[in-house]
Design a protein around this ligand. Sequence first.
Ligand code: SF4
Length: 344
Amino acid sequence: MKPKKNSTDFLHIGHKIQTWYSKNARDLPFRNTKDPYKIWICEIVFQQTRIAQGLGHYNRFIERFPDVKTLAEANENEVILHWKGLGYYSRAINIHKASKQIMTEFSGIFPSDYDDILTLKGVGKYTAAAVSSICFGERRAAVDGNFYRVLSRIFADDFDVSQTNAFSYFSELAFLIMPENAGDFNQAMMDLGSEICRPKNPDCGNCPVNDDCLAFALGKVSEFPVKTKKVKVENHSLKYYFVHRNNQFIIQQRGDDDIWKKLYEFLPEISSELVPFIKNAKTVNHKLTHRNLSIEIFDVEINSDLVWNEIISNKNLIVSDFEDSQKRSFPKPLENYIQNTLKD
Ligand code: SF4
């Protein structure tokens, strides 16, 4: 059964979800504010990070960068460093760029409607809907994985969530049950999706809308949401050369393209004169969302002052040591390598 558009038959479902939320809302720091800056940062932080894992990072980030101006004036490397532990560093770079954009294009005042918020660097429909509804009362559905899951189950709707128009399809479905306060409703759906209507083992017995849920009535909860397109994962090989002498080693900063934007790395290649200094190699595997990486790291120990001095005369390279490396952000496998190799 597909609900007819504009039907008001389903509004009671949204009211039940909101009543449940008023008694069961998780006590999270960003729940006590309507500051769009903080809500925006929180939405970006928690897009790919679980609440329990990201909370400390969020608090530290807000402590250091309490407002748009402070963030816009900060050095990019420091912003990246404060993102350490959250991964997906392009989010930090985009947040920084967007804060500058707010200073120049919006006179330092966070934009107050969906369309303007959507113009900010790195902000998609979900984040724009969340910020505009929670902070400015705009009637928008912040459709994310929670919405796909809860709505497809309530309506036993087999619309494929991997389709490109899934966001607008589920937005329309969300409006069928959305009460007056879109901001509260969006947060209620977030909590219902993560606490009750979980991807695996949903707690249907304690669900406030189990009387209204078609998938539950049909005993087909596990069949929703429908997702046909699998994420295509590619295999990639990389080489790195850990060139070192005594307790120092050579690094460089990555550019703005491809993965690991602006992070620091070991040398991806060395000149043929350095090949005789290779002691051994180690392969580490690392999984990204769309790539399986196999990284071969060569240990290159330079035992000649002359050669070392020639390497470090290259102005594009940075001489680092353990202490210095802790103030920089590296891709996770390289950070692990440094920890394992240099930490006492
Ligand atoms: S009854 Fe179960 S499947 Fe249906 S919305 Fe509630 S938790 Fe989800």
